[in-house]
Design a protein around this ligand. Structure first.
Ligand code: FEO
Length: 170
């Protein structure tokens, strides 16, 4: 059984992962409307991945014998101005998620809950990967630029990232 404090904090993480999923889903809709098919499919896949993060926390709370709670979830923004700004926002969001995981780790140490600390290690690694992924995408905007056909090539590369393929030769 988890302490009340830790169960509350993990339940809050359920909301954070749900929000992440909704944010990327909304971002994918925006990208689709801009004709950025690669970005849209990448973001759509990432929205689905966030749901698996939510489910991991949800299941862990249940397995521990506590009540998993789905609280209210804020709606994400709907307009992102530009693809570059959208991915900068996604990167900032992932940094916030990393900080939330860090707070959970800290709480586990305070409460000497080493089982949950162990459970959270997966999230610690995952956040490192997600931040690195968004940094890679932001580098593409920086290196290729969005003038001329730039955005077309960036969109193709991001679409390929989603499929786990090597970026196509420009
Ligand atoms: Fe589940 Fe991207 O944090």
């Amino acid at each position: 059984m988890l302490s009340k404090k830790l169960a509350d904090a993990l339940n809050k993480q359920i909301g954070i992962e749900f929000y992440s999923s909704n944010l990327y889903l909304q971002m994918s809709a925006w990208a689709d409307q801009q004709g950025l098919e690669g970005c849209a499919s990448f973001l759509r896949a990432h929205a689905a991945e966030e749901m698996t993060h939510m489910a991991r926390v949800f299941d862990y709370i249940l397995e521990a014998g506590n009540l998993a709670e789905v609280g209210p979830i804020d709606g994400p923004p709907t307009n992102f101005d530009s693809a570059g700004k959208l991915f900068a926002q996604a990167y900032e969001h992932e940094k916030e998620v990393t900080a939330a995981i860090g707070n959970l780790v800290e709480l586990c140490m305070e409460e000497k809950d080493f089982t949950t600390l162990n459970f959270l290690q997966w999230f610690v690694s995952e956040q490192r990967e997600e931040e690195a992924l968004y940094r890679t995408i932001l580098d593409k905007f920086e290196l290729i630029g969005t003038d001329g056909h730039g955005l077309f090539f960036i969109d193709r590369e991001i679409g390929a990232l989603r499929a786990g393929e090597a970026p196509p030769a420009a």
